[in-house]
Design a protein around this ligand. Sequence first.
Ligand code: NAD
Length: 482
Amino acid sequence: MSTVAGIAVSPDHWIGGRRVASGERFEDRSPIDERLLAEVARAGEAEIDMAVAAAAEAFPAWAALGPAGRGPYLRRLADLIDANVHRLATVECLDMAMLERSLRARVISRGARNYRSYADLAEAYEERAWHSNTTDNRVVRMPAGPAAVITPWNAPFMLSTWKTAPALAAGCTVVLKPAEWSPLSCSILADLTAEAGFPPGVFNVVQGIGEEAGAALVSHPRVRRVSFTGSPETGRLIGRAAAANIVPFTAELGGKGPLLVFADADIEAAAAKAAGQYDDAGQVCLAGTRLLVEESIRDDFLERFHRHTDAHVLGDPRDDRTTVSPLIHRDHLARVEGFVERARENGDRIVRGGAQPDIGGLFYEPTLVEPRSNESEIVQREVFGPVLTFQTFASEEEGIALANSTPYGLSAIVYTGARERAERVGRAVRAGTVWVNTFLVRDLTAPFGGMGISGVGREGGEYALDFMSDLKMLQIQEGTTG
Ligand code: NAD
């Protein structure tokens, strides 16, 4: 057992309802001060095989419970998450440096909402039924089987609940592999499933390195669904592995979202929201990292944007005054630095930031880059750090064209005061989610996913329940049954 800020967290796997260790371990360090938090079990093929076997064994009974039988488990788990917000927020903050006050106020409890909401949705499902010619017809959802769930480091608890909730509600059993840079909150989640009375093998957590444990999991022949969130590079590998076994997969991948500001918008609100894209050190897939501003308001917008950005406080994520935390890992900091260095060499203009601040640690200054051209790497590739680009446009058409000019298509933010423009631009921008005059508002029943290299498939609401099910067509010849 490891102890993190006085909280006991198991560094081992959770397989078949018990803790399982591995011969090898990897180090998990806090981004706050790089102190060692835990030596975490490092799964190889044997542990993955054990976890998938446990999930396969538990599957028939879990599937047979039906939505009404499974609902109470999910709701008990949700209640336990709510009762453990403090513990989960403390560990998650130390493990990946998200602001502790956000974790306490909303991020952890969103995990509870995920389980409650999917329990409700699965129970409320009405089979499509109709009569045609000579048969009574029904569309029946059958639970798909053991599901592999792989999550990234940037919102490990929330994303793991977002993906495992529909799987469990639909009747799948789960093997979850969290990211190796922030593995701890999912270990607590495993304990809570035990406390909620989940039968052994329904929910399994295997810790390990992506190329080892992750690769073994997604290519395991007994896995019937793969649900992945992470980078497009890994998404390609996972898609290939799933295709080899003819297994459906969803991939929620990276983003390079535009934040479009039209001259008719509330410029102050838009500038404040733009500066807010540095929150969580920009390690947010949905962030609007490309600021696209109508030429006529350039100076006004920039003046306000700089004022809001100047107000950011870089510091310890446990401190309530902090607004920008350290980056997740020294390797990730080097990656962010590499992007900005290459931008400099390319002749892009660093408008602000562009260096590590003088406070030590894994921080990077909120950075704004005015690219030499729209083809610059800093515009075309996801940095996943506190780095935004700034470009202007002269017309709505040009703004839309710039918004749609990268291979990504996860999300977009539009600021305009005109309803018709909101509709027009909102429909024309190629992104899975478009927010107009707002950001990060999420309806759990809405479809969520990316276009282009931002992903394949849709999560959220019925979409995720359908994905975790095999849809069956049942036809009964009329007049042949009593
Ligand atoms: P990553 O792709 O490096 O890793 C994600 C997960 O995949 C980790 O658990 C990792 O261990 C595992 N993995 C790595 N190689 C693997 C392989 N060969 N086979 C199986 N699993 C493997 O991504 P990351 O750096 O952890 O996360 C950041 C990325 O995630 C960014 O691109 C970000 O935009 C994206 N993201 C997307 C969303 C979304 O909803 N679309 C949400 C959060 C993060």
